[in-house]
Design a protein around this ligand. Structure first.
Ligand SMILES: [Zn+2]
Length: 404
């Protein structure tokens, strides 16, 4: 790294430290920031001035005077300052998300897009959506640290670990375009993995350091978060649970295997089996309606799929001991019709090597979760303040084996 590069890097580290302190403590005076960082008044003054110029922070708040002193000017985070943008190019939709330095999602919007659109047209649609969101919510992008891109299919970012080091030219072009538009470094990954990261941070529950996300959609895939980090694997294929064989004599799969989970838990697989006993069930809402009506033969098909999912999950639970298993994708709409028999399957497997608390639930974000995950992954890579602020909270242990 050149001397200039070293200085820029050092400056960036100082900035991140200042921002992390503001995330942790709320508004602070310049003196308090100097004390907390050990930086000189001159350096702090330059850093704060630059952050104010880029609208990452504001210095317009005041702490009332005590005694005969003067009020103290406080530096605070600008609540409209974007630190990262995430873009998801999905099969039938595009989604954009904007997150601030504290990992709070400031905006998340999804729009449908025609299946006939190519990737470049999808990027056009996403960038246009982003422009409208930024203008409508008056977000400040000047302090943007990073951007993330989510795509369907197998697209691990080789620089993030895993994937073909030669890269994927189509994705590299898309990422370069996003980076040039936003003037920020871009990282990318597969939508299902990024959705796992989004589920790691949810409004309702504390950040979860160990989580497995399983998408039951036109295919079956998963994202695995271990110790707060997205697992990518040596060749970028970590989490392909859809191709775990659950029935060695089952139907052949396109991957070359037999009886893969995807052959039982993809939308088409489930609907195909359901139609054999209830020909009028056309789609997932129709399936939910049949289950709500208590159709016994439909129930049996779903129970069998759930049993197979439970078997595959049993191995995952023993191997990774996650806090939380989240079911996403369209089939998550089955809710407890699917989750209850999965819980029963897990309970039958006696997974309690020691006290275990495992939460099994459906995804909080039904569509476009990868946009949120892309923004968060980009932040973790380029503004890693989460080690200072917002560290994963521990779930209280209650003892015993619980599948919630
Ligand atoms: Zn397979």
């Amino acid at each position: 790294m050149s001397n200039d590069g070293v200085l820029r890097n050092l400056r960036r580290q100082h900035e991140l430290r200042v921002l992390a302190i503001l995330v942790e403590r709320g508004p602070c005076s310049r003196r308090e920031l100097e004390n907390a960082t050990g930086l000189s008044r001159t350096t702090m003054s330059a850093i704060v001035a630059d952050l104010v110029r880029r609208r990452a922070v504001a210095d317009d708040a005041q702490r009332p005077a005590t005694g005969r002193g003067r009020p103290t000017t406080l530096v605070r985070l600008n609540p409209h300052a974007a630190a990262a943008v995430g873009v998801e190019l999905g099969r039938g939709h595009v989604s954009v998300a904007v997150a601030d330095i504290a990992r709070t999602v400031l905006a998340h919007v999804t729009e449908p897009i025609g299946m006939e659109c190519g990737l470049s047209a999808r990027m056009d649609a996403a960038l246009s959506l982003l422009e409208r969101v930024v203008a409508g919510r008056r977000l400040a992008l000047e302090g943007l640290a990073a951007a993330g891109l989510g795509l369907w299919g197998h697209h691990p970012d080789p620089r993030a670990g895993g994937g073909d080091p030669a890269g994927d030219l189509v994705v590299t072009d898309l990422a370069e375009r996003l980076g040039a538009t936003l003037d920020a470094p871009v990282t990318w990954d597969n939508n299902i993995r990024l959705a796992a990261v989004a589920e790691r941070y949810t409004v309702e529950s504390p950040a979860c350091a160990d989580l497995v996300y399983i998408a039951l959609s036109h295919g079956v895939g998963s994202g695995v978060v271990v110790n707060g980090t997205l697992a990518r694997g040596a060749s970028g294929t970590a989490g392909e649970i859809g191709h775990v064989s659950v029935e060695p004599s089952g139907p052949p799969c396109w991957c070359g295997g037999r009886g893969c989970l995807e052959q039982y838990l993809s939308i088409d697989a489930v609907l195909g089996r359901v139609r054999a006993v209830a020909p009028d069930v056309a789609d997932v809402p129709g399936l939910v309606a049949a289950l709500d009506r208590g159709d016994r033969s439909v129930r049996d098909v779903v129970d069998w799929s759930a049993e197979l999912l439970g078997r595959a999950l049993g191995t995952v639970v023993i191997l990774l001991d996650p806090h939380r298993v989240v079911i996403g994708g369209e089939l998550a709409d089955l809710g407890d019709h699917l989750l209850d028999p999965v819980r029963a399957s897990l309970a039958r497997q006696k997974l309690s090597i020691r006290d275990r608390r495992l939460e099994l639930r459906t995804a909080r974000i039904s569509q476009g979760a990868a946009a949120v995950g892309a923004a968060l992954v980009a932040l973790d890579r380029h503004s890693p303040i989460h080690s200072i602020a917002g560290a994963p909270a521990e779930l209280p242990g209650t003892g015993g084996q619980r599948f919630m």
